[in-house]
Design a protein around this ligand. Structure first.
Ligand SMILES: [Fe+2]
Ligand SMILES: [Fe+2]
Length: 271
């Protein structure tokens, strides 16, 4: 199987890049399944239902969220009827929506997608390791699930790598999101799980993590919030990671970082 994961979509620039490039990319690379993190797709804050539908229409089989999950008020209601939309699994009990789901891809493969949020430099949430482990125990790789993708949304690369080693041999891919900056460490661990500390963002990299540089720079210089954060609107780079898995075991044979378009250095899947 070929699977694509794309990091945090930021604002209109990120959505446009998804709409314009993803359908073609799926055909050209033969992707069987696509996961997109959409937590910043609506003006950098959360994901409205129309924008969720845009990501789905462009080819996202599953859309994940993170600490911005509830920034748009309508998400707490429409998430309940959208089994392809996931929020972190370790949010407090009773949170709307779900944190994991077994989703059928375009070619009939069943992919367990899990979204979890970390606890280092993040708002308090329940233990992500136990929550993810329980979801995988209920739907193991190579049995119910043909592939398992874990989007671990957190700040610290050490915490994401710990999740990778924790799940080595039990998931196809563990990828970080949230920092918006792609790391250069995509690899396959000893027992066949692909790990990348952060998949990066789908947004305009001529910015500070997707935001027009002026306001965040001023805040660092003066300590004073003078205005709002505005998503940068130049051409976005599609950014993430692609894997190819073994049909039988669901473990990963090949991993490639993906960076297409925009200002970031380019890296094409499987080239
Ligand atoms: Fe984000
Ligand atoms: Fe985030």
């Amino acid at each position: 199987m070929r699977l694509l994961f794309l990091g945090d979509v930021v604002g209109r620039a990120g959505r446009d890049a998804i709409t314009e490039r993803l359908p073609r990319l799926i055909v050209d690379c033969g992707f069987d399944f696509v996961v997109v993190n959409g937590e910043n797709a609506s003006h950098g804050r959360g994901l409205t239902e129309p924008h969720y539908n845009e990501l789905r229409a462009a080819g996202a089989d599953a859309v994940t969220l993170g600490d911005h999950a509830w920034d748009q008020r309508d998400t707490v209601t429409y998430i309940a009827r959208e089994p392809h939309l996931l929020r972190p699994i370790n949010f407090p009990p009773g949170a709307p929506g779900r944190g994991a789901n077994l989703i059928e891809g375009r070619n009939g493969h069943r992919v367990l997608v899990i979204n979890a949020q970390g606890r280092v430099f993040m708002d308090p949430v329940d233990d992500p390791f136990r929550a993810v482990e329980a979801a995988i125990a209920a739907c193991p790789l190579g049995e119910q699930a043909d592939a398992i993708i874990v989007d671990f949304h957190t700040e610290a690369t050490s915490e994401i790598q710990a999740m990778g080693f924790f799940l080595d041999g039990r998931a196809s891919l563990v990828v970080g999101t949230h920092t918006h900056i792609p790391t250069a460490d995509a690899r396959i661990l000893k027992s066949g799980t692909a790990l990348m500390s952060d998949g990066g963002m789908c947004g305009d990299f001529n910015s500070i993590i997707g935001v027009d540089a002026e306001e965040p720079l001023n805040r660092f210089l003066t300590g004073i919030a003078n205005g709002r954060f505005t998503p940068a609107e130049g051409e976005a780079t599609l950014c993430g990671v692609a894997i190819e898995t073994d049909e039988k075991t669901g473990l990963t044979r090949k991993v490639t970082p993906v960076r297409i378009g925009g200002t970031l250095s380019q890296s094409l899947p499987f080239v």
